[in-house]
Design a protein around this ligand. Structure first.
Ligand code: ZN
Length: 198
């Protein structure tokens, strides 16, 4: 016999799909939502639908944005010959917060991870190589210092080297295994300044 209504079970099942939300958390959230005022629940649902419907990938750097070309790529004051490669939009935001970087970005949306079956063709790598046909002076690889991030950095470096374009890697100071988005702005700025050529 079902302890709860089918509606609750469905809500729990949908919430449990989210990353980091196990069965128990999903149940807790489901009951919390049911106890929320109806207009607040509608606001939450509407925010999710609006975000999904209006957010797309920037046609140049592939970050998540609500425009065809994101604010960074459409800013002519930025140095479009310098491209920083990051794993996701959150990492790009972390670097933007430092206010120290004047180039543009390329968002991979992941990192190479053979154990999860994520290969080079599963991230936005071909799109990066295509961008290099334009006038580019430097590619700064700012993937995380996890095994996947390092693997991705090595792979990209080998791919770009033959083109003669300068390839650099942000310095350590970003702790090993550290996720870029959790690192403070000073450390990020230092890691960028002390980048080394690969
Ligand atoms: Zn962009």
């Amino acid at each position: 016999m079902d302890l709860y209504s089918g509606y609750i079970n469905r809500l729990v099942a949908e919430l449990a799909v989210l990353p980091g939300i196990g069965g128990k958390s999903a149940q807790r959230l489901a009951f919390h939502i049911i106890n929320m005022p109806e207009d607040q629940v509608k606001k939450l649902a509407d925010a999710m639908i609006q975000a999904k419907e209006n957010i797309r990938y920037c046609s140049e750097c592939y970050t998540l944005t609500d425009r065809d070309v994101c604010p960074v790529c459409s800013n002519t004051a930025r140095n479009h010959k310098q491209i920083m490669v990051v794993e996701n939009t959150r990492d790009m935001t972390a670097y933007e917060k430092t206010g120290k970087y004047e180039g543009v970005y390329h968002v991979l949306h992941g990192a190479i991870n053979p154990s999860l079956g994520i290969g080079p063709s599963d991230i936005r790598l071909a799109e990066l190589i295509k961008r290099l046909e334009k006038d580019v002076d430097e590619v700064i690889i700012a993937t995380n210092s996890s095994i996947e991030g390092e693997t991705t950095a090595m792979y990209i470096s080998k791919l770009i080297k033959p083109t003669g374009i300068k390839v650099t890697r942000i310095a350590s100071g970003v702790p090993v295994g550290g996720e870029l988005e959790y690192i403070d702005e000073v450390t990020l700025s230092r890691a960028l300044e002390a980048r080394t050529e690969l």
